[in-house]
Design a protein around this ligand. Sequence first.
Ligand code: NAD
Length: 349
Amino acid sequence: MAARTILVTGGAGYIGAVMCEALREHGMQAVVLDNLSHGYRDAVPPGAVFVGGDVGDAAVVRELFARHAIDAVIHMAAYIEVGESMLAPRKYFDNNFARPLVLLEAMEGAGVRKFVLSSTAAVYGAPERVPIPEDAALRPLNPYGWSKLMLEQALAWHAAARGWRYAALRYFNAAGATERCGERHQPETHLIPLVLEAAAGEREAIAIFGSDYDTADGTCIRDYIHVRDLAEAHIVALRQLDEPASATADLAAHAWNIGNGQGFSVREVIAAAEKVCGRKIPTQLHPRRPGDPPALVASAAKLQAAGWRPRHTNLEEIIASAWHWKLRQPQGLAAGKPGSGKALSSPGA
Ligand SMILES: NC(=O)c1ccc[n+]([C@@H]2O[C@H](COP(=O)([O-])OP(=O)(O)OC[C@H]3O[C@@H](n4cnc5c(N)ncnc54)[C@H](O)[C@@H]3O)[C@@H](O)[C@H]2O)c1
């Protein structure tokens, strides 16, 4: 029997590349569609088919579906910087909401009816309680979160109207690395890679935004999920989409949180990184950032009931995988920029 073929949009990005590795290990073929705006051609694992192009380019996506017998789509392509979305909302609604509608139309034309969306904990805004269940109130605090929630909503109505199956996977903080693939966002805004840049001497210090929150050590608490565990959750979601289900436009019915279910504070992350790297990491205290909720921790009970278990729940282990990946990156290629296939630069240097 031919291997199932899955389209991974954004497959040259951090999580997408790990997704392709996981699909291959599960005996599936990945076809990547990525415009390399923030991805790296060399991140796409050998064996995956690479198509350079934009999710919103109707001719490219139609041609892709005509060439490849796609069984389901994992849609990861998006812009991901919350701060930038506050300054350039249209850019985010265009890329994260409007362009994927072109992809949906091409899927419709090709008879592909299964869709997995990379959504985000940002759809919850500042939650009333943690751990956060999927049916918590949806009140994004920024255009990034809204662009994802709007796509969830469009998918829900689309699925109900057309009998599609979809899952909106609401990721908490993806972290860590596999042997081959690690985080090299530009600019980097995520805590663990920034802490590791400070550990490597590539940035002077790590900024702590707010030390007066109502948490044990006064710093914000977040849920860090190893990127490989995150990819495995998509395999579980794909299996769920093979099962028959009643069509509903209820967002919570289609949503799955992906997190460890454990929160770690900013100071705990720094302390764990100091242990892993065996060196002191300089910090700088800053005031709170507007819109940063004190704690964001997932209830992943729904996904666990479907058979998913995170394997890398230890914070030091997650950080160590990222650190060892970083140490393996070739030095001297620091001028690499997305699309070039070169290595990580050090924006904070
Ligand atoms: N990293 C996290 O912690 C996190 C948390 C929550 C949700 N997510 C979601 O997971 C997904 C992947 O995140 P990531 O960290 O791997 O980001 P990333 O920037 O590394 O990867 C995104 C990829 O999408 C590509 N892309 C962007 N717009 C495109 C378009 N219009 N057409 C084709 N390709 C396009 C980029 O070139 C890049 O390779 C995103 O949808 C993001 O919103 C990530």
